[in-house]
Design a protein around this ligand. Sequence first.
Ligand SMILES: NC(=O)c1ccc[n+]([C@@H]2O[C@H](COP(=O)([O-])OP(=O)(O)OC[C@H]3O[C@@H](n4cnc5c(N)ncnc54)[C@H](OP(=O)(O)O)[C@@H]3O)[C@@H](O)[C@H]2O)c1
Length: 371
Amino acid sequence: MITKTLGNSDTRVSAIGQGMGLGGYSSSSGTYGDLIPVIRAGVDAGLTFIDTAPAYGEGESERIVGRAIGPIRNNVTLGTKVSPADTTADGVVRSAEDSLGRLRTDVIDLFQIHWSNPTVPIEDTMAGMERLIQQGKIRHVGVSNYSVNELKAARQALASVPIASLQVEYNLFDRSIEDTMLPYCIENDITVFAYSPLHRGRVTSGKRQIETLERIAADHDCTTAQVALSWLVSQRSVVAIPNTSRQERVLENAAAGELHLSEVEQDEISRVCSLQQQEIPTDQIRPASEDSRAAFRTLQEALDNTIGSTPSPRQLAEQIKAGDFLKPVRLMPVPGVENEYEVLEGRLRYWAWVIAFDGKKPITALVDDPS
Ligand SMILES: NC(=O)c1ccc[n+]([C@@H]2O[C@H](COP(=O)([O-])OP(=O)(O)OC[C@H]3O[C@@H](n4cnc5c(N)ncnc54)[C@H](OP(=O)(O)O)[C@@H]3O)[C@@H](O)[C@H]2O)c1
């Protein structure tokens, strides 16, 4: 397995790791306990970076990771996160201590802010991070789902340690970080952890892209998922953290670390899977399907923040109005209905956008092609 430097530190992480999103963040896993042998097999096969968070399965992901890595803790680089509701200095410290308990370890290698919280000054959050570093409870500081502006502010707020990493969505369908975010990270020695690297199991989107990946996969006697992972980690500073509940797939994902695509193949994949952003009028979008839990169904619910989201849609709207582009929402055409879309990902951003521009400005979207 190839390894990459974490930030500008001496720590190296496996270029492909294991994402441990559970409970709505992840795969079709039946019983979470069944994941323990999968995690261990992944570590044995070289997937030694593990990413978890208190938000995944309300702490269950961290508990399972803790049980899985107990005997092999020294072979693992462990990343977890702090939820936005806990980002005061004291909250950050408390959250890390709770995670240490669930993870059954005495140090977290990479402690990341899961999303920003605009109601807490970043200096306050980072003071908590620095306290944790001084206490030896965490080794490195990372952030997730930050805009470039937030990343700059976070770097400035940290007096004595650098930001080692940024975790963001990056896959062959959503390449929106390539314009400014990825170059900024490369320039500033910030490792990019690519979440949803397999486009949540769909690998990429559209017939032509899949056909290209299938042809390249056949030439290498491997799978399209392996081609996608190999392409991602061939990008400088990028580490992929796929999630799987299956032993055979954890081995498959690890083997992708040994795959070498030629420059010609990499270029062809880049060309065929280019970013296809569209501007979609917000009134053509159905933000919540009947069965979606914990979602705003109406503008009033979003304005009232009925599900207690942090940040709230209003707060995010202010950020958008101040010029902070977050990332495109992901849509799926409603079958048989022209110009109508369902939100697959980004409901909060959708409502924030509607609030920011009074429903009058089309939103930047990636439209999944189910063909
Ligand atoms: N920071 C954040 O806000 C954030 C947000 C989302 C995710 N994440 C992190 O990123 C990790 C991965 O993201 P994700 O779960 O959204 O998406 P993903 O890794 O792109 O996709 C996971 C899906 O792909 C399937 N899969 C795994 N390996 C495969 C293979 N070799 N071939 C075909 N299908 C395969 C899995 O199904 P099976 O289980 O059936 O194999 C699962 O349904 C999460 O676990 C989490 O750690 C972070």
